[in-house]
Ligand binder design. Structure first.
Ligand code: PLP
Length: 419
């Protein structure tokens, strides 16, 4: 990993909604006398960017109703903000369903999109009236028959997601052959309502041709399903979208839907399960530099050659909110936020040339807890300085631990750049 940072702003300027919130919070901390933990890492969330992402979705894919994948970031303000905009929800567990229902959101706005479900969770879904789920194998159909026979079922197809940042079809999804030869006939025998097809092209998908192929496969399953007498009218195109590539991926969705589902009389409802797309850019993580040591000569000659001059230790890491490095294959980029009481926030990834090479480590006692083997920062940072990491809304706070006694989920300060 290789990062740059260069301060580009006069410390006295207005830093925008996120920058001002970061600055106000850090200025509030008495770093010499504060209580233990008062200087813990924290997020600033710009709800305006969540609203903007939803707006982009509705402009580019007005025919596809998004169901935000709660697993991506379970923050209740994200859920309520999206709910108020008309977004629906994808939940994978009892707790996720509860977190949505708790906000007064109706159960018919939820898809229980986990093809392998715990029996008691299926019974729970029935009691709270969650009536749409995904299934990719015959055992699951038997479970649905036993515990929630009226629930609408989407057959989850596997996709070609080899180039995705996080593959999902290694774990979930069936082939078209299995769908038509096994699942549909069994559902017919059991009298279960197959109402459509779902797929997911992998989180952080890169090859949008797989969307085309998946929609084509879905068409085949719809055709056979119709022949068998099923009233199939929902196509769930899953997640895998990112703001940065949405022009391309959404164009592929539009083209594929027009080609394979052009018939308005069929009245197919298109839905999706975007996670990363809605929240990734909205969260910035601020971390405190808690320790620093010169690079010990005995163990890192490669690092010395690469220009790493010191190791810095920050108060968040791969066991905390930077777990996305391990679980989500992300490469968060560090920037200097404060140095010697001056504040530097340029608000984006437009980092110029830095000249101070560091390896960055988390606070736990585990050697795995490495945030970056090499980051090039704009200053020779000291203990007491702060760093920030932009674009950390997706698959971060959702999977933290409190390993070694460090706080699991960082506090969040909310701003709204649209107000
Ligand atoms: N739907 C399902 C079933 C998933 O497993 C995931 C992610 O793992 C998502 C939606 C969200 O995917 P993304 O965040 O890539 O949009």
């Amino acid at each position: 990993m290789y990062c740059f940072d260069a301060p580009q702003q006069n410390p006295n300027t207005n830093h925008g909604f996120v920058g001002n919130a970061l600055k106000a919070k850090i200025n509030d901390i008495d770093h010499i006398n504060c209580e233990a933990g008062d200087e813990d890492s924290f997020f600033v969330c710009d709800l305006g960017l969540v609203k903007r992402a939803h707006q982009i979705w509705t402009e580019m894919l007005p025919m596809v109703q998004p169901h935000y994948a709660v697993k991506c970031n379970t923050d209740s303000r994200i859920i309520s903000t999206l709910a108020n905009l008309g977004c629906n929800f994808d939940c994978a567990s009892k707790a996720e369903i509860e977190s949505v229902l708790l906000q007064g959101i109706s159960a018919n706005r939820i898809v229980y999109a986990n093809p392998c479900k715990t029996n008691s969770f299926i019974r729970f879904a029935k009691t709270v009236d969650v009536n749409l789920t995904t299934v990719d194998n015959c055992n699951e159909l038997h479970k649905m028959k036993q515990f929630h026979p009226e629930c609408g079922i989407l057959i989850r197809l596997a996709t070609d997601d080899e180039s995705a940042q996080c593959r999902l079809s290694t774990k979930f999804g069936c082939t078209v052959e299995s769908a038509v030869d096994e699942l549909l006939p069994l559902a017919q025998e059991l009298g279960l309502p197959i109402v459509g097809v779902a797929f997911h092209v992998g989180s952080g998908a890169k090859d949008f041709g797989s969307i085309y192929k998946a929609v084509q496969d879905a068409r085949m399953v719809f055709d056979i399903g119709h022949q068998l007498g099923f009233k199939m009218n929902i196509l769930d195109i899953g997640g895998g979208f990112e703001v940065e590539t949405f022009e391309e991926s959404s164009a592929m969705v539009r083209m594929s839907l027009e080609k394979f589902f052009p018939n308005e009389n069929e009245q197919v409802k298109f839905i999706a399960e975007p996670g990363r797309f809605m929240v990734s850019n909205a969260f910035t993580l601020a971390t405190h530099v808690i320790a620093k040591r010169d690079l010990p000569r005995h163990f890192v000659t490669d690092d010395i050659e690469n220009g790493v001059k010191a190791m810095i230790y920050i108060n968040d890491g791969v066991y905390g909110n930077l777990n996305c490095i391990l679980f989500d294959h992300q490469h968060p980029i560090a920037h200097v936020l404060t140095h010697r009481d001056n504040f530097y926030y340029n608000g984006n990834d437009a980092h110029g040339k830095g000249k101070h090479g560091f390896s960055i480590w988390g606070p736990t006692c585990d050697g795995l807890d490495c945030v970056s083997v090499r980051s090039e920062l704009g200053f020779d940072v000291d203990v007491g300085d702060w760093l920030y990491f932009p674009n950390l809304g997706a698959y971060t706070s959702a999977a933290t631990t409190s390993f070694n006694g460090f706080k699991a989920v960082a506090d969040v300060i909310y701003v709204d750049s649209t107000l």
